[in-house]
Design a protein around this ligand. Structure first.
Ligand code: HEM
Length: 547
């Protein structure tokens, strides 16, 4: 009886003993890890107090965390704020000078991407474009090769050769807006997509109903919206990386992502088709010619070609929408711009790139557009140091996620007094304040990872903004009573590339003569652009829909 009783006790307590040991070990691991976090935290730049395992993840807002990072930096009076995404510290640079100190003056250290060095970067990296895409690639020889190839397509020298093409497409935008002003956003989308499509694939996008816009650009918007640091999936995978190892069908939180990647994507086939059949010289042809010399795999070709759309289309169109919003909200700018344009250019022709030097106010409007609402609001992808570093007494471990918060950087009132005001005058020579970047803004990022398409984007934005200002007095829309409908300068999307939420407005031709010129130049442009008309047999949905 006694024996039975002892056995029963052992039966009862043995599993519990194991359970207690497991729980004890778990608690010990959590405490030890938390001690590690706190010791590390004491050496990092200041930031909100992190919790064990989850760090600051659940202190992040549901949307637009860049605003919170900026507020934390101001409250803690620090240019760099540390935010713990799960068990990993991320550094947010909220001031241009600190960003330039790290990402430019120490570019040999800070030009890699986090996942590639040590700490995980799950959504952008492992579940995204991985090692084969310039945007997420680690710093090194392969990255240099991809930069070199990309510069062959859209670098400063190459871009000089695209001035005519951008001139023609921007004439089309102005004519399209005149004919169909309600769809101005879609005309900007078409313009931006068409320019990179001609450069990349030798083919023009002649309608905003082209699947490249309805499918590819829509997918890019979705990706930008999903890739915002925060406390919802998929970015919660950065806090709990182990969740990314579940098979997609068992893990609804993967939101359509998976580790399995096909080496040949939509852009590979689009590029191959262009290389084989396009009558126009294009970047895809160069990739297939240069590919064998550099042992480019299919996924690398896909990434190099696809980046033109992925990085170059939405960014440009969103900047144009921000420009329209600014002109509606700050109407005196339109009048001042017209004064300069009428004086320098007149009404018989629209401005061209050759007019740039004579149009300082228009150049200032372009710069202020890029500053006022930087489309890549958190500076694109994070940088990461390839070795431990010390900055202003703070220890920054190798592989730390370091990100330039352009929202905060461009709203610093020392660099940009009254930052919410759209004031092109701040960019006129006589008013310029010291700034680490020659252009006076940091919209294209920092250091060696600076945007590869900057020259193309700046040239395209100048000519399109100049033409829109020359063509139209852009004003707020009117309601049924003829009263102006207010615009909200803070109503923006939550994407990694942000843009204003839709708002109506009026594009009033400057004069009958200007209207006549818009139509004439638009028709001539269409004739010249005929050489780029063409079809593709590939549809993104045939590739992405199957995954
Ligand atoms: C208004 C237009 C644009 C803006 C504001 C913009 C902004 C940016 C930013 C902030 C970055 C990240 C830089 C960093 O890591 O520090 C970036 C990277 C990049 N951009 Fe752009 N971009 C624009 C247009 C374009 C265009 C037109 C192209 C190509 C056709 C392009 C291609 C790229 C590529 C390939 C990278 C990755 C570079 C690397 O990681 O080495 N971008 N861009």
């Amino acid at each position: 009886m006694l024996v039975d009783y002892t056995l029963e006790l052992e039966d009862l307590f043995a599993p519990r003993g194991i359970l207690y040991s497991i729980v004890g070990l778990g608690i010990f691991a959590i405490v030890a890890d938390y001690v590690r976090m706190l010791v590390l935290r004491s050496r990092l730049p200041p930031g909100p107090f992190p919790w064990p395992i989850v760090g600051n993840t659940f202190q992040l807002p549901d949307v637009k965390p860049w605003i919170t990072f900026d507020i934390w930096a101001r409250e803690l009076q620090t240019p760099i704020v540390t935010v713990w995404i799960g068990r990993n510290p991320t550094l947010w640079l909220n001031e241009s000078w600190a960003a330039a100190d790290l990402l430019e003056k120490r570019a040999n250290v800070y030009s890699s991407r986090p996942r590639q060095v040590r700490r995980p970067m799950v959504v952008f990296g492992e579940l995204g474009t991985g090692d084969n895409n310039l945007v997420t690639m680690k710093y090194g020889d392969r990255w240099r090769l991809h930069r070199k190839l990309t510069h062959h397509g859209v670098g400063v020298q190459a871009v000089k050769g695209y001035s005519n093409l951008q001139e023609l497409e921007s004439r089309r935008v102005v004519a399209d807006v005149l004919n169909d002003p309600a769809e101005y956003v879609m005309h900007f989308e078409r313009y931006a997509a068409s320019v990179v499509s001609i450069i990349g694939f030798g083919r023009r996008i002649n309608s905003f109903k082209d699947p490249i816009i309805t499918e590819v650009i829509a997918a890019m918007h979705l990706a930008a919206a999903l890739n915002v640091p925060g406390k919802s999936f998929p970015m919660l995978l950065e806090t709990f990386p182990f969740l990314s190892y579940f098979p997609r069908r068992l893990a609804p939180w993967m939101r359509g992502m998976s580790r399995r990647r096909s080496s040949r994507g939509f852009f590979f086939f689009l590029a191959k088709e262009a290389a084989e059949t396009s009558p126009n010289p294009c970047f895809a042809q160069h990739l297939f010619e240069a590919g064998p010399n550099h042992q480019l795999n299919d996924e690398e070709i896909s990434g190099l070609a696809g980046n033109l759309f992925g990085a170059g289309s939405d960014t440009t169109s969103s900047s144009l929408i921000s420009f329209v919003l600014a002109i509606c909200a700050f109407p005196s700018v339109s009048a001042q711009a017209w004064e300069e344009l009428r004086r320098v250019v007149g009404e018989d022709r629209s401005p061209t790139l050759d007019d740039q030097d004579s149009l300082p106010y228009i150049r200032a409007v372009v710069a202020e557009t890029l500053r006022w609402r930087p489309v890549a609001v958190i500076g694109g992808q994070p940088h990461a140091p390839i070795e431990d570093d010390v900055y202003n007494g703070y220890h920054i471990p190798k592989g730390t996620w370091v990100q330039a918060n352009l929202w905060g950087i461009h709203r610093n009132s020392t660099d940009f007094p009254s930052p919410d005001k759209f004031k092109p005058e701040r960019y006129l020579a006589e008013n310029r304040l010291p700034y680490p970047h020659r252009q006076g803004y940091s919209s294209f990022g920092f250091g060696r990872r600076v945007c590869s398409g900057q020259a193309l984007a700046e040239q395209g934005l100048f000519i399109t903004i100049a033409r829109l200002l020359w063509a139209f007095d852009i004003k707020k829309a009117l309601d049924e009573d003829g009263k102006e409908i207010d615009v909200d300068i803070n109503s923006y999307t939550n994407g990694l590339n942000m843009r204003p939420t839709e708002f109506p407005c009026r594009f009033i031709p400057r004069s009958a003569k200007v209207q006549e010129t818009i139509l004439r130049e638009g028709a001539e442009a269409l004739d010249e652009l005929q050489v780029y008309e063409g079809e593709t047999k590939y549809r993104a949905s045939d590739f992405w829909g199957k995954k």
